[in-house]
Design a protein around this ligand. Structure first.
Ligand SMILES: [Mg+2]
Length: 452
């Protein structure tokens, strides 16, 4: 399964465009997640449990200092809290355009979380994780934000963002350029991942201001950027952690490095194939914000950079993207979910079905469907597309989901009802006693027909 497939020397498969075929996603050497985490055994539970605890501690600090937030754990004991967890199925959610839009929760999202946490007619709780291509903050900070927005506790043990898999690369490269995000955030994230020497575009501009003719550092940027002697520094790899705040300046610096001899600023390669590799934390061309139309994102920067490189050097540039729809990301999610179910609910087996709810056909739906069809998956991954983000009602999604619904609340209700109907049908046709069969038949009559 996933672990067996990923054993051995990590190698990287490169995708040059958003149009990854199913073959691209499945075949060939792909390591897009830390093998250590991908292959996590139950022995790693301590490490995971400790990270839950750390995050929870910080969550408690954060939530007790904010009056707007009422974590469910501190609300009065009610029926929902006593609901038993199901071991049959689970949910995984994309965030932007599904749960959050323009920094605010989509109203259906708060309700959907309540339903999963026991406020439902079936009297159960359903385990869930979050799988976003977004980033730019530490996983812990992002979980604290999400906890406030969704009025629930979100642990790092149930959260994967676009740059989470980059943690694995920390040991491979000595000095790296980290691009994107606000202020010094991404440098902090990279250092937290264990990268030893992290350079930012600000450090480079501070050392030589005519590197970017039209970009001047602000006072804060000047203060935060580090004094470095780039004549003695070799950049081994470039990581775009989060969306660039200055495309022109960042692309100029990346291009300089790509055209250099071995990542040494100020040099020029004669062959233009001696530059460092470039990694992007995901490849979404567009994403959903508070604006009425989708906005361009990191995948657009990637396309732009590849085109620019071709224009100035005449050579093809191959870059690597992590995140959805890469199958490695879904394998990682499977492991995380397994660990989460075990540590929090004591469930030590894979679910039969994972419902993945997303808004972007090219990443969420393509990835879920391809992972479900691959040999990497040990359960059914069922794709549900919502209409609250990138996908617009009335258009034809390039990658068709198994189910299309209005919003995340409808997605949750659909999945839960589908599971209930399946359980009752099994009971009716199984070896339950007559009384139980009658009860199951009656329950089925009460359920509206579902189309799955
Ligand atoms: Mg999305």
């Amino acid at each position: 399964m996933a672990a067996a497939q990923s054993a051995g020397t990590p190698r990287i498969r490169r995708l040059s465009s958003m149009d990854a075929s199913r073959g691209d996603l499945i075949s060939g050497p792909t390591v897009l997640v830390p093998p250590k985490q991908l292959m996590a055994t139950l022995g790693d539970a301590n490490e995971t449990a400790m990270s839950f605890e750390r995050a929870k501690m910080h969550l408690e600090e954060a939530t007790t200092s904010s009056e707007e937030v009422t974590p469910r754990s501190s609300s009065p004991v009610n029926a929902a809290q006593q609901a038993a967890p199901t071991d049959q199925y689970a949910f995984a959610f994309d965030i932007d355009g599904v749960l959050i839009r323009g920094g605010k929760p989509i109203p259906a999202a708060v309700e959907a979380m309540k339903v999963l946490n026991g406020e439902n007619p079936y009297g159960i709780k359903v385990p869930y994780i979050f799988l976003t291509n977004g980033g730019g903050k530490t996983e812990e900070e992002r979980c604290i934000d999400l906890s406030k927005q969704l009025e629930i506790e979100v642990s790092t043990g149930q959260f994967i963002c676009g740059h989470t898999p980059m943690r694995e690369m920390a040991e491979r490269y000595q000095t790296v350029l980290v691009v994107g995000g606000e202020g010094e955030k991404c440098r902090e994230v990279a250092e937290g991942y264990g990268f030893k020497d992290v350079v930012t575009p600000g450090d480079i501009i501070k050392a030589k201001q005519d590197v970017t003719p039209f970009r001047k550092l602000t006072e804060d940027e000047w203060k935060n950027s580090r004094d470095r002697d780039f004549s003695k520094i070799k950049i081994d790899a470039i990581f775009v952690f989060a969306d660039s705040r200055d495309w022109a300046g960042d692309q100029q610096i990346i291009l300089d490095l790509l055209m250099s001899k071995n990542g040494q600023l100020g040099t020029r390669s004669e062959t233009f194939d001696e530059g460092p590799p470039v990694y992007f934390s995901h490849n979404d061309i567009v994403w959903s914000t508070s604006h009425e139309h989708v906005r361009i994102g990191m995948g657009a920067l990637r396309a732009s950079l590849e085109t620019l490189f071709k224009a100035v050097s005449g050579k093809e540039l191959k870059t690597t993207a992590f995140g959805k729809p890469q199958l490695g990301t879904f394998s990682f999610a499977t492991r995380l979910l397994q660990q989460w179910r075990k540590d929090v609910y004591g469930i030590d087996k894979p679910p039969q079905t994972v419902y993945f709810v997303g808004d972007t056909p090219e990443s969420d739906i393509q990835g879920t469907n391809a992972f479900n069809d691959s040999e990497l998956s040990d359960c059914n991954w069922y794709s549900i597309l919502v209409k609250t983000g990138v996908y617009q009602d009335g258009t034809i999604p390039r990658f068709p989901p198994k189910k299309c619904v209005q919003d995340v609340l409808e997605a949750v209700r659909f999945g839960m009802q589908r599971e209930f109907v399946r359980a009752m049908k099994e009971k009716v046709s199984g070896d339950a006693d007559e009384e139980e069969k009658k009860a199951a038949e009656a329950a089925l009559e009460d359920e509206a027909d579902i189309d799955d």
